[in-house]
Write a protein that binds this ligand. Structure first.
Ligand code: A3P
Length: 387
């Protein structure tokens, strides 16, 4: 009907209508083709993209890292019986894995022998609870006995700790608190989440950053005679770089004048009073517990008692949990967390130190004495390093 009317209308009107009809049909065809293309797109296999937020570089890096970890873990566990799968990582049982896993300048997680991959939180997908930011942190000091303290504390049912050193408040701060929380193991109501990164104690920004996370964070520092600590620190570096100069030559700026090189980190870390001063700008002494590295070896249960009190926990870890291993020369756990077997720390803990010139040792003792006195005063405990 419409078609015959087009032909019966005057010519100008008819041309206009014909043009309008053609335009409409072209538009309709284009729309039809568009719809067809859309439908095909869902049928042809295409690269699938997540509709969620765009993943940042570090998140994807972390995923790569996780997948690498899973692969290594799978390879490692596939050769061992199932019961061994929640085994702690140590140099002996995970060959070929670097102790310090670096991913990029600002994303690195330190895995120490003794730390467990399964306790990084990322791999602990089973189990109840949720990941929380730590309420207590072992902030130092390097070579003080921090691994021993963390391993012993993990025996407590109300403590869950991440095995790796997250280095969040020094190296990885730009990754944000969610990145940090995600590293933590899941905890139930009433359980305390913990981590240890010994370099925090000497990181200038760490107190302000931890305070910004939570002003209630409990801080634990394992301190050890600064001279022995310095030698232990040097021994660790020497084990990785055998060509470094002698301890004696690194100690002095000028050997003849006896001027000590306080810029050498092995020396600097031991000036505890100076570092503590920085922490006291943000936290009261009542929130910082100093553990004696020496007592942790001679009386682990006694020191653990103090730590449990400080954390407001029942004293569950006692003498019964430890035995002295003659071969290792250190106290070990009768049963490690989640295992029924005795557990000593790996061979990177309790190294034999090189002999250091006694005069140099004496010079260092003299150097540290006033700082130690100040530290005893500030902390309210005599550690007996100068007796
Ligand atoms: P050495 O290897 O110099 O003896 P950190 O874990 O902070 O790096 O500290 C390492 C130090 O922890 C070791 O230093 C060792 O003396 C000390 N330590 C304390 N208790 C220990 C234990 N039960 N087993 C092994 N080392 C222990």
């Amino acid at each position: 009907m419409a078609f015959s009317r087009v032909f019966s209308d005057p010519p100008s009107k008819s041309i206009f209508r014909t043009f309008a009809v053609m335009l409409l049909s072209i538009l309709a065809s284009l729309y039809f083709l568009h719809c067809l293309a859309e439908r095909c797109g869902t049928c042809i296999p295409m690269e699938r993209r997540e509709t969620g937020p765009v993943e940042g570089f570090y998140v994807s890096k972390l995923k790569d890292f996780e997948s690498l970890r899973r692969k290594r873990l799978k390879k490692w566990t596939s050769t061992r019986p199932l019961v061994m799968r929640r085994h702690r990582v140590s140099e002996e049982n995970l060959p070929g894995l670097e102790a310090n896993v670096k991913l990029s300048n600002s994303l690195d997680v330190h895995l120490e022998p003794g730390g467990s991959y399964l306790d990084t939180g990322k791999l602990r997908t089973l189990g109840e609870g949720s990941k929380k930011l730590p309420q207590a942190i072992i902030i130092g000091v390097k070579k003080g006995g921090t691994r021993a303290l963390l391993e012993f504390l993990r025996v407590h049912p109300d403590i869950r700790a991440v095995g790796v050193e997250p280095h969040f408040f020094d190296r990885n701060y730009d990754n944000g608190l969610e990145w940090y929380r995600d590293l933590m193991p899941k905890t139930l109501e009433g359980q305390i989440t913990m981590e240890k990164t010994p370099s925090y104690f000497v990181t200038h920004e760490a107190p302000a950053r931890i305070y910004a996370m939570s002003r209630d964070t409990k801080l634990i520092v394992v301190v050890r005679d600064p001279v022995t600590r310095a030698i232990s620190d040097y021994t660790q570096t020497l084990s990785k770089k055998p060509d470094i100069p002698t301890f004696e030559s690194l100690t002095f700026k000028n050997r003849t004048t006896g001027l000590i090189d306080t810029s050498w980190s092995a020396i600097q870390i031991g000036i505890y009073a100076k570092h503590l001063d920085n922490w006291l700008q943000f936290f009261p002494m009542s929130q910082i517990l100093f553990v004696s590295g020496e007592r942790l070896i001679s009386d682990p249960a006694g020191e653990l008692g103090r730590v449990q009190d400080f954390l407001g926990l029942k004293r569950i870890i006692t003498d019964k949990h430890f035995y002295f291993n003659q071969t290792k020369g250190f106290p070990c756990l009768k049963k490690a967390e989640g295992s029924s077997k005795p557990h000593c720390l790996g061979k990177t803990k309790g190294r034999t130190h090189p002999n250091i010139n006694p005069e140099v040792v004496q010079r260092l003792r003299d150097f540290y004495r006033p700082f130690n006195m100040k530290f005893y005063q500030m902390s309210g405990r005599k550690f007996g390093w100068d007796d």
